[in-house]
Write a new protein. Structure first.
Length: 450
């Protein structure tokens, strides 16, 4: 196949050393796929007919990491870059839908490629032979198709995580999943129950951030509901509200699509309305309402994210955005400062992005009004940041030592006084001026109210 790939000099050097020692060696997998697509690979993996010990002998390099040798992998650090070099292998019988009972080293790249999950990943390349493509991976890249190597049922029963990888690649690359492969994904979705939540979450994150996420969420919600069953009530749920022209699930899908390709943003968009079915009520005029759904969505999201083993910072960020996504404070500086006090300068723009995505995923009813409101909030936010307006205790031009100097010794009371001063500054009742703050603090310290 007449396709030329520009291999980095470091990779060429490693392959050439192995070839001079009498072994075959290739760049393999994602780096070949990305190169064909015109992308710059993030890393270059190398496969070889040499056994790990033979690889060490052939390369004769310093800075070699031997930890993965029993699995056939040697990691070489060459010119400040790490390169994984793996012996061709063939997997034995899979016992647990995840790990092969045994791995055999083989001498043919063909056998190694045959064990891989998707045709677009079952590609190898070196300058002397060109592309090795046994399963039509290049054609699938050209046509934007995700397809399993061989029988998809066999591939997924070998390793259930491949189901999530299939969805992730479809989303990330903007490809569609081949009919027989898609059918097998639906059929074998239950295999995800055998996979660790950490591995599922990792693939789920990458899937959410893909440019084709709308296609995946719309067509494979049954797969996602295996590990997030809480989404099932959203599917087909008629909101019966003029603000919405989609059911809750499709509104969620659209919100994710309109949100920035950033992990916490996409997670917040995905979970922002998950509590709606629990809070649904129908008024006498036949209009649906979801009073308290942000709080319910936050509560449910917290439990789900904990179950999926997300870190505390991610959970806090996502839950904060969900809790506040439906709030509509007046577009005035003092109310923006209150939001800043609760969210902080880093999260406030994310809240506005979530509000924008939410509005774009609704009907056109009052959409322009909603978008103009969001822009007013954004404008005020940047104006307040530029002015250096105080929205947190550390930004006040007075501190705990100043309060102690007034004779207040109790730590709790010091905190109460500082918070009252901050509230007055944020609401424009008091300037953030040190002398004015000290006078106000003296009044509060004496037990009087302002």
């Amino acid at each position: 196949m007449n396709i030329k790939i520009e291999i980095p000099e470091n990779v060429k050097y490693i392959i050439s050393r192995l070839e001079k020692a009498g072994y075959s060696a290739y760049a393999v997998g994602g780096c070949v796929r990305d190169s064909i697509m015109g992308k710059t690979p993030s890393d270059w993996d190398i496969c070889t007919s040499a056994l790990p010990e033979q690889t060490l002998e052939a390369l004769q390099m310093d800075n070699i990491i031997e930890n993965g040798m029993k699995h056939g992998t040697v990691t070489v650090r060459y010119k400040n870059e790490n390169y994984e070099i793996t012996t061709f292998r063939s997997d034995g019988v899979y016992d647990d839908n995840r790990h092969p009972r045994s791995v055999s080293f083989v001498t043919s790249v063909n056998e190694d490629l045959a064990r891989r999950d998707l045709t677009i990943n079952a590609l190898a390349y070196n300058d002397s032979e060109g592309i090795v493509d046994l399963f039509g991976g290049v054609e699938d890249i050209k046509n934007g198709i995700i397809r399993c190597v061989g029988d998809p049922d066999e591939r997924y029963n070998e390793d259930g995580l491949r189901i999530m990888r299939t969805l992730r690649f479809a989303s990330a690359l903007g490809f569609e999943i081949d009919g027989s492969t898609a059918g097998s994904v639906h059929k074998n979705a239950h295999l995800l129950t055998n996979i660790s939540v950490e591995r599922i979450s990792s693939e789920f994150n990458k899937m959410l951030m893909g440019r084709n996420v709308e296609y995946v969420l719309e067509n494979f919600y049954d797969v996602i509901s295996v590990f997030i069953p809480e989404i099932q009530p959203l599917i087909g749920f008629d909101q019966k509200n003029p603000h919405h022209n989609y059911d809750i699930w499709m509104h969620t899908v659209k919100t994710v699509t309109f949100s920035p390709e950033e992990r916490t943003m996409r997670l917040a968009a995905f979970f922002h309305d998950i509590g709606k079915p629990e809070t649904f009520s129908l008024s006498n005029d036949g209009v649906g309402h979801f009073y308290g759904h942000p709080e319910m969505s936050e509560k449910m999201s917290y439990k789900i994210l904990r179950r999926l083993k997300y870190d505390n910072q991610t959970i806090d960020t996502v839950c904060s955005l969900i809790r506040l996504h439906d709030k509509r404070p007046p577009a005035e500086p003092k109310y923006v400062r209150r939001f800043l006090n609760e969210l902080g300068e880093q999260l406030f723009p994310k809240l506005l992005e979530l509000k924008y995505a939410d509005a774009m995923a609704q009907s056109e009813f009052k959409r322009q009004e909603k978008l103009e409101y969001i822009e007013r909030l954004r404008k005020i936010f940047y104006e307040e940041i530029e002015k250096g307006s105080a929205y947190s205790l550390k930004m006040l031009n007075i501190n705990g030592r100043d309060i102690i100097a007034l004779g207040v010794k109790d730590g709790k009371r010091i905190g109460i006084i500082l918070n009252k001063l901050l509230a007055m500054v944020m609401s424009d009742r008091l300037d953030n001026d040190r002398e004015k703050l000290k006078k106000a603090a003296q009044i509060l310290a004496s037990g009087r109210e302002i």
